[in-house]
Design a binder for this molecule. Structure first.
Ligand code: ADP
Ligand code: MG
Length: 625
């Protein structure tokens, strides 16, 4: 509990004790009024103040106003007729108990969530002239040497230049198995160094490092409101004035009708009391509080699993996904190609591979990375001239003054070079030097171990159609699609064709369409689809920016999991809405007929709120599929 909450708790205790004692004090008339005013003011002075301030600032019809009006009204009724002041004080007391509980629960779950996201490094150990200095990570220039001791967080993305260790990536990916790293490996900020001392050369500034990107993302998530949240805000805006007007009508019409039509006693006090009860009941706090809290908890629960959802609107959208479209390379497959052979080469295999590696040196495509790593030697940048990359085709680069084209058959067609097709299953990288065919490299990728299971689980969480799009050959695409049990696949697509395909699929589907890709050549589709899910975003900036949901590790299993979390969260939101509105509605009717009194009203209000808040927190809990 924080200080403010402790003060509130003491006010509740003092006011409650005074109220109990006053019931045994035989005071009468104005003395009694004044005495009961003490516990009332102890517990309610801030509400009264806010209500009055609200009157002047024009935002009069909020909960403070409702509460102030109802309790002041109850006080006046007590003075003029009943002499029972307990009700006015108790209503304020319960209201404040509810508020206290709410601020405690909200604070607690916010803290839980921020603890999950506790990846912000506080310092970096900068090595300067052999000495180590603790500095703000923001001030470390690219190319500095930092030291990370066991138990410390890696503050900035970089490359290990000395040492080996195990890293705990769980804060980033939800994956608890440690990753072994050694000299030469790239490391991501936000991971925790567990065993050995590491010297790291920084490759980015802190602001550009993974950890900053993730934190930005999480901090901005709550600013994107879902439709249900927007609905509640709009709802509250018409709701409060509507109930105030109804209360006034309830206080006026029956007594006036009594006078004019029935020519009987107007019973002003009875009807004013009912109108005040009506006001207390109508307080919308359960909804106003529990819905944003549910979304917040849902997003928090997901991030604990390494699933970053950029806003509650996307969480809501995820729950409605009926079609999922996958990119192949890097999404369903590992994107780590193995070179199976070099065929039909007109030059030495080693030379062909060298040309290919040089031409690919600037590309971030998985094929390019794989060829370069298979080549294994250092690349001498001076030998390379202009490089041009054609998404979905390949690259054309000047190497040693020769034009080297490296890519699929479409690329060969583009430069009008006849090529030799390969009969083995696998992806082919044709190489042409100065527009003369020089042979091809046969490479193959493997399906991720969890892809098949993920596709099966997607069906379980209500996805009706799974589709794969790829720029790869038909042979490879059909093999992967049948191995995984996908409903449909389309091959040999250029990045622009993928956008067209997704648009066609979006026209004829029911429910929403999500596209999952790795951000290489598919950023346009990621942003075009209803929901873009970026895989393995540790590293790909384009994907983090273009997508709505980011999976921190490469695991496709996280997609059904994200959908499951989203569905659970939405179910909780609807439960809360229905429950709160139903209870309010019943109480309103009972109140209007004089069956419910103010006591019941405040109990109902606080009770609904407590239950709704507890229910919301369930969204944080994520069960396995
Ligand atoms: P996917 O749809 O499988 O993710 P892309 O759209 O990224 O694949 O690429 C489609 C095809 O284009 C690849 O299968 C490959 O044949 C070719 N290609 C793309 N980029 C490159 C590259 N850098 N080097 C060689 N071939 C490439
Ligand atoms: Mg791709």
């Amino acid at each position: 509990m924080n200080r403010k909450q402790k003060v509130m708790l003491s006010r509740i205790i003092i006011s409650f004790t005074l109220l109990v004692i006053l019931n045994f004090v035989p005071a009468r008339g104005y003395t009694k009024t004044l005495l009961f005013l003490i516990p009332y003011l102890v517990i309610g002075y801030d509400i009264l103040r806010k209500a009055i301030l609200g009157l002047f600032s024009g935002s009069l019809l909020d909960e403070n106003f409702l509460m102030a009006l109802a309790t002041v009204g109850a006080f006046i009724i007590a003075i003029s007729s009943t002499g029972d002041y307990n009700e006015a004080v108790a209503v304020m007391l319960f209201y404040q108990i509810g508020e206290l509980f709410q601020s405690y629960a909200v604070g607690k779950s916010r803290k839980n969530i921020s603890a999950l996201m506790d990846i912000r490094p506080d310092y970096a150990n900068l090595e300067k002239k052999g000495k180590i200095e603790k500095v703000d990570p923001d001030t470390v220039p690219v190319g500095s040497i930092i030291v990370v001791r066991p138990g410390e967080k890696i503050p900035i993305d970089g490359k290990i230049i000395e040492g080996k260790s195990s890293l705990n990536l769980s804060a980033l990916t939800g994956e608890s198995i440690p990753a072994d790293v050694k000299e030469g490996d790239e490391v991501t900020s936000g991971s925790v160094n567990m065993t050995g001392l590491l010297r790291i050369e920084t490759e980015k500034e802190f602001g550009e490092s993974t950890v900053s990107k993730i934190l930005d993302l999480v901090e901005n998530a709550s600013s994107r409101k879902s439709k249900s949240e927007a609905f509640i805000t709009k709802f509250a805006r018409i709701y409060t004035p509507a109930v105030t007007v109804s209360a006034i009508l309830l206080a006026l019409i029956p007594p006036i009708a009594n006078i004019l039509i029935l020519e009987s006693n107007p019973q002003w006090m009875t009807w004013i009391y009912r109108a005040l009860t009506f006001l207390v009941i109508s307080c919308p706090c359960a909804l106003v509080i529990s819905i944003p809290l549910s979304f917040f908890a849902g997003i928090g629960g997901a991030s604990k699993e390494g699933i970053l959802i950029k806003g509650s609107n996307f969480l809501e959208a995820l729950s409605k996904v009926r079609t999922i479209v996958f990119d192949k390379t890097g999404t369903l497959t590992k994107g780590v190609f193995i070179v199976n052979g070099i065929h039909h080469s007109t030059i030495e295999n080693e030379r062909l591979l060298e040309y290919a590696a040089y031409a690919e040196s600037a590309s971030s495509h998985p094929i390019a990375r794989s060829i370069i790593s298979y080549y294994g030697k250092d690349i001498d940048e001076k030998r390379i001239g202009k490089i041009e990359e054609f998404g979905g085709n390949g690259v054309i680069a000047i190497v040693d003054g020769h034009e080297v084209a490296c890519g699929n058959s479409k690329l060969m067609d583009k430069i009008s070079t006849p090529y030799i097709n390969c009969h083995s299953i696998g992806t082919i990288v044709h190489v042409a030097i100065d527009r003369k065919y020089a042979g091809h490299i046969l490479i193959s990728d493997v399906i991720k171990p969890t892809s098949k299971e993920a596709i099966r689980n997607l069906k379980k969480v209500g996805v009706e159609k799974t589709v794969m799009l790829t720029g790869d050959r038909e042979e490879v695409a059909s093999k992967v699609a049948s191995d995984l049990g996908l409903d449909e696949y389309y091959s040999q697509l250029l990045p622009a064709d993928k956008v067209d395909k997704v648009e066609t699929l979006m026209e004829k589907k029911e429910g929403l369409l999500a596209f999952a890709g790795d951000g290489v050549n598919d950023a346009p589709v990621l942003s075009r689809s209803d929901i873009g899910i970026a895989m393995g975003a540790l590293g790909s900036d384009a994907a983090i920016e273009a997508s709505d949901v980011v999976l921190m590790d490469d695991d496709p299993q996280k997609i059904p999991k994200a959908i499951k979390i989203a569905k659970k969260c939405m179910r909780i939101v609807y439960e809360n809405i229905v429950f709160a509105i139903a209870v309010k509605f019943i109480c309103l009717i009972l109140g209007a007929f004089g069956i419910a009194n103010m006591w019941l009203a405040i109990f109902a209000d606080v009770g609904v709120m407590v239950i709704a808040v507890i229910n919301s927190i369930r969204a944080l809990m994520v069960k396995d599929l």
